[in-house]
Design a binder for this molecule. Structure first.
Ligand SMILES: [Zn+2]
Length: 351
């Protein structure tokens, strides 16, 4: 066989030829996977909150469905932690594959570094609240991803063909998960407590300076943002005291809406009129700026679900009462600490 012949054969059937360096053929697909995963994580963590909230809620709801038998439906915090870890599992897996020749430390460091970068990025974005716990859960997810790759590679050595399939499957899972997390259709899964603020105000009112808190997002009661800082000082203090007490009970108390500008409230009211058909129907859910306790800085909306549930039991210890029976999240400073709350009005239009 001449040199020319053998080259032709090699060109015609390159696939079955066993190569001693399988890494040589995959940098392009790995680079694409790394790019996709980085984009997806960046989009979910730093993207426009109003657009991303639905996808995030859908992922959290899916994890909730999986973990429901163990954590129940009221404990949202562990579920969100697991969702955070799952988000970074593809990061660890892809980093483990791309940096295969560098051992485990560098892929792991890459996951941690990306997580820290995300939290630092959130510092610069209105409505985003960085949380050190996220770095821990994200890093745990990345570590799990790296471990899976290491595990797969250890199993690969004696049986190369099977390992290639395993590696392909490992690569497909994170990429599919990342793509699924970005599906706009996932927005259908917005939980009830997030829907209260799921109204798109016109441009200019969807701003942290107006007290806007994006859909599905929430603020720490200690945040230095107008939604919190513009609250009546007595109310703000009561909510912060309640948050400290809730934390001792293992409940993270968040504020999904606090002070709102009159402009934002008007936009919310207009949107409610459009949704419910009339001003009368709308006022059962959203009040005009001149009537709104939020505009006066005398109301907060609490979330998530376990925090609402905690508040129904302990809110009055801090003088905080639910004022409308159809808004389980809406609290005002109504009584002296320890007094019994009056029965809530059926809805906002009654008050
Ligand atoms: Zn409210």
């Amino acid at each position: 066989m001449s040199t020319l012949d053998s080259r032709a054969v090699a060109h015609r059937s390159p696939a079955p030829v066993p190569t001693p360096h399988p890494a040589r053929g995959r940098p392009a697909s790995l680079a694409l996977a790394a790019l996709l995963v980085t984009c997806a994580v960046g989009y979910v963590t730093l993207g426009p909150p109003g657009v991303v909230a639905g996808a995030r809620s859908a992922v959290v709801d899916a994890v909730q469905a999986l973990l429901g038998p163990w954590v129940g439906t009221v404990h949202r915090a562990p579920v969100e932690n697991v969702a955070n870890a799952l988000l970074f599992l593809p990061v660890g897996a892809v980093a483990g594959l791309v940096l295969a020749h560098r051992g485990r430390s560098l892929p792991l460091l890459t996951g941690v570094a990306l997580s820290v970068a995300v939290e630092l990025g959130q510092l610069l974005l209105p409505g985003r609240v960085p949380d050190p716990v996220d770095v821990a859960t994200n890093s745990a997810g990345a570590a799990l991803g790296v471990s899976l790759v290491v595990l797969a590679r250890a199993r690969r050595r004696p049986r190369p063909a099977r390992a290639v399939r395993l590696r392909a499957a490992l690569l497909a899972v994170p990429v599919l998960a990342a793509l699924a997390a970005c599906q706009p259709g996932a927005a259908a899964g917005v939980p009830d407590h997030a829907r209260q603020s799921a109204v798109d105000g016109p441009a200019g009112t969807r701003d942290a300076a107006d007290g806007w808190v994006p859909d599905g997002e929430s603020l720490s009661p200690f945040a230095d943002l107008p939604a919190i800082s513009m609250l009546d000082p007595a109310l703000r203090q009561a909510v912060q005291d309640a948050a400290r007490a809730a934390e001792l009970d293992g409940v993270a108390l968040r504020v999904t809406s606090g002070w709102r500008s009159a402009g934002l409230q008007q936009a919310l009211f207009d949107a409610a009129v459009a949704e419910h058909g009339s001003e009368e129907a709308a006022s059962r859910y959203v009040l005009r700026p001149e009537d709104s306790a939020h505009v006066a800085g005398r109301a907060v909306d609490i979330g998530p679900t376990d925090a609402m549930s905690w508040m129904t039991q302990h809110g009055s210890d801090h003088g905080l009462c639910m004022t409308y029976g159809n808004e389980l999240w809406h609290y005002e400073l109504t009584v002296a600490p320890g007094e019994t709350c009056p029965a809530p009005a059926p809805d906002a239009s009654a008050g």
